[in-house]
Design a protein around this ligand. Structure first.
Ligand code: CAO
Length: 416
């Protein structure tokens, strides 16, 4: 059986992280992703954060699997001609250039629609329409403008960005959903449409619980926040909440055995109300089960420091994996703080294809993430990223039907 998106041709004009995340996902599902790159230059990330001289960086390889690379100068006359033919051949075009770049190139939405009315044209921009629409945006700017940074970090400390690339990869995921939705709609309407994702909007979508809390603040303090029990008054905006759980079940990161020397010897521990009695038994506080100060969730909220202090006294006697082994059978939700080293070495993640070993002709073997979305009838194999222009001839001849002579001419004028 073919892959889910087999037969869908994607004209991939993306670069850096947000756009490539999206098109890699579509490629994993079987779409033919044709990555267009400037001749001799390519995606800037090929050369960024290099660990091996003159070899495509891991930054690039880990975002561009399962794609084909064609070099094309879309500002040169012959290059434009080839680009027009590619637009007519493809189902979807994806781009994340700075605002206005495609219009300057002569390929705005109106022109694309004219050339191919069935084309789905998908874009990532930093901001949606409004005062910042013209701004260039990178990951951390999106995290800051989308409400993530102001709500991440410790009370009284500076705002923090997170390691999860919610601005770039997060927006790429949103865009991929928009594209497959538009492809589905096209089966009914017969027409393409424009799909736009602003990085600010995507970050905010992922931070919605903090917008929820902003409104709850108008009706009183946020009692599940640690600062409530500590008697620290709330201001007029959702505060930073350290490692407090974002939901109604209080949780925190607690030290485990070895924390003095191992920076990741910690566990996340959630005091889920349903299993409170189990927690009391495990940590050696059976008397708290009936104590009016601790028995009910609302009783505990002003005393979270005391509660988590007692739990931490217990977790510090166990490794993070022992905590998990003891708590899971009792239905107590806990999770070890895993380092990237531990994740890279985790055999079970290799078995599921979540972490994959890939062979590359220039860099040798490297590790990458596989498709986190598993389809039963469309499994994803990870195919190494293409070298710059590796498939130029193949695409010009195979997709556009150009002759050897035409390809040679295009090369001569620097179009490809
Ligand atoms: N042939 C000819 N020219 C090409 C080309 C090709 N195949 N591919 C790109 N170019 C040109 C573009 O047309 C543009 O030219 P002009 O500036 O003359 O119009 C130029 O290359 C550079 O494009 P850019 O402005 O998008 O790139 P940049 O490095 O200056 O900015 C970024 C990078 C990411 C800040 C910007 O693209 C952006 O804001 N994108 C939208 C938001 C986004 O996706 N950000 C996340 C990036 S990942 O952190």
């Amino acid at each position: 059986m073919g892959k889910a998106l087999e037969g869908v041709k994607i004209l991939d004009m993306t670069h850096v992280q947000s756009g490539p995340t999206c098109t890699q996902l579509l490629a994993w599902f079987g779409a033919d992703v044709i990555k267009v790159e400037r001749p001799g230059v390519g995606d800037a990330t090929r050369g960024q954060l290099r660990d091996i001289p003159d070899v495509d960086s891991l930054y690039f390889t880990m975002l561009n699997h399962n794609k084909r690379s064609v070099t094309l100068n879309t500002k040169e006359e012959k290059g434009k001609e080839i680009f027009v033919r590619l637009i007519k051949e493809c189902d979807v075009m994806v781009e994340n250039f700075a605002p206005g770049a495609l219009d300057r190139m002569g390929f705005g939405w109106e022109r694309i629609q004219e050339l191919n009315p069935r084309m789905i044209f998908a874009s990532v921009k930093g901001f949606g329409p409004g005062p910042y629409a013209e701004c260039k945006v990178y990951e951390n700017v999106a995290q800051c403008a989308g409400g993530s940074a102001s709500t991440t970090g410790h009370l009284g400390g500076v705002p923090l960005v997170t390691g999860a690339q919610i601005g770039d990869s997060g927006t790429g995921l949103h865009l991929a959903l928009g594209i497959v939705t538009a492809l589905f709609h096209r089966t009914v309407s017969g027409k393409g449409q424009r799909v736009e994702c602003a990085m600010q909007d995507s970050v905010l979508n992922l931070c919605r619980v903090k917008l929820r809390d902003q409104q709850r603040l108008q009706h009183g303090p946020l009692e599940e926040y640690s600062q409530f029990g500590e008697g620290v008054p709330f201001g007029d905006a959702t505060p930073r909440a350290g490692n407090d759980s974002g939901g109604g079940q209080p949780g925190r990161i607690l030290k485990c055995k070895g924390w003095e020397t191992d920076p990741d010897a910690y566990t996340y521990f959630i005091t889920q109300a349903a299993v409170w009695k189990n927690i009391c038994d495990v940590i050696g506080k059976p008397e708290w089960k009936e104590d009016p100060d601790f028995a009910k969730p609302a009783d505990r909220l002003p005393r979270l420091n005391q509660v988590f202090g007692a739990i931490e006294d217990w977790t510090m006697t166990k490794t993070k994996f022992e905590v998990m082994a003891i708590c899971n059978p009792l239905n107590i939700p806990v999770g070890p703080i895993l380092s990237m080293k531990e994740i890279a070495e985790d055999e079970s993640l290799r078995t599921t294809g979540t972490v994959v070993d890939v062979a590359h002709p220039e860099r040798g073997n490297y590790l990458t993430v596989g498709n986190p979305i598993k389809l039963s009838d469309s499994p994803s194999d990870v195919v190494r990223s293409p070298l710059l222009g590796e498939h130029t001839d193949e695409i010009l001849k195979g997709v556009l039907g150009m002759t050897d002579e035409e390809v040679a001419q295009a090369k001569e004028v620097g179009a490809v």
